[in-house]
Design a protein around this ligand. Structure first.
Ligand code: ASP
Length: 301
């Protein structure tokens, strides 16, 4: 059989009422399609899964529509604190950063952490020091803040502060390349109105992000605390690795587990070692798209 590649992306799970508007919906779908097209070009040319997820995630971070990089949601104090991670399924190498501020593409910083190889997760000022040492460009926080996110924060009432299930976001990319290696990347501004210093599941390896050639690559989105308490990404991979489930079976089983154990909210995208794609969520929506075995692009809201 000819070698093929698979690629999946998500732009967050939630109520996402904005997507009821057909203009907004088509902006989301166009953005996903463009990223999938870009990823297809890379993977078809033999670029690795790890490089592909990094580059596709950076494109989604650059798009202010999504809650990552520019367009990240704001903390209770109106600041930006972003989290990101990548993982390489070949050797379980991982790199992550949390609560970073002046970085346009946190996923690229997470990649530097992975490549540097001594540390898996840097946070806050330590992450910024690492970025400076690596000669990483810093950007003014104001450049990452959009008017839409300011309004979103202002519209939160005290009653819903920090946990409105409709304000979830985050971006994620998973890929399996022509050589059969898998990789995952997740990047987020977190939750609107979150307290300073709060870290979600996205940069926690095994909670929001996971990749292992022996099982699958996956990226989660949703209420991060639920995903951390269930080590959800690693749990999903265990269903593939230890129970031999397919991508679709593992996603269904993972969501059942999330609900049964912590009544958790959110979704995930997953590509298994055979390149099969699956997505699932228990929120009204999850923005996502995929290319399975080099085939057609599919996008869903
Ligand atoms: N999981 C992210 C977090 O809790 C948020 C999201 O996916 O929307 O930080």
């Amino acid at each position: 059989m000819q070698p093929t590649f698979s690629l999946m992306v998500h732009g967050g799970a939630g109520t996402l009422e904005a997507a009821d508007d057909s203009v907004v919906a088509s902006r989301y779908l166009d953005a996903l399609r463009a990223v999938l097209e870009h990823g297809r070009t890379l993977l078809a040319a033999g670029v690795s899964a790890l490089d592909t997820v990094e580059r596709c995630a950076a494109l989604l971070e650059d798009d202010p529509l999504f809650n990552a990089g520019r367009g990240s949601v704001l903390t209770a104090e109106g600041r930006i604190e972003m989290d990101a991670a990548l993982m390489d399924g070949r050797n379980l190498a991982a790199g992550a950063v949390a609560t970073v501020r002046n970085i346009a593409n946190p996923v690229k910083l997470a990649r530097r952490v992975l490549d540097e190889g001594t540390t898996v997760l840097y946070v806050a000022e330590g992450a910024m020091r690492f970025a400076r040492k690596q000669g990483f460009a810093e950007c003014p926080e104001i450049d990452l803040i959009t008017e839409a996110r300011r309004q979103e924060l202002a519209s939160l009432t005290d009653a819903v502060r920090y946990s409105p299930p409709d304000k979830l976001g985050t971006i994620g990319v998973v890929a399996r390349d022509l050589t059969g290696n898998v990789a995952a990347a997740t990047s987020t501004g977190g939750r609107t109105g979150k307290p300073a210093g709060r870290v979600g599941d996205s940069p926690i390896i095994g909670a929001g992000t996971w990749a292992d050639n022996t099982s699958c690559a996956l990226s989660c989105t949703g209420n991060g605390e639920d995903f951390m308490r269930t080590a959800l990404a690693r749990t999903a991979a265990a269903f593939v690795e230890l129970q031999g489930l397919t991508a679709a079976e593992a996603v269904a089983r993972t969501l059942e587990y999330l609900e049964a154990r912590v009544n958790g909210l959110g979704g995930l995208i997953l590509i298994d070692h055979a390149g099969r794609c699956a997505a699932g969520f228990n929120t009204p929506r999850m923005i996502h798209g995929w290319i399975e075995h080099g085939g057609e692009i599919h996008c869903r809201l």
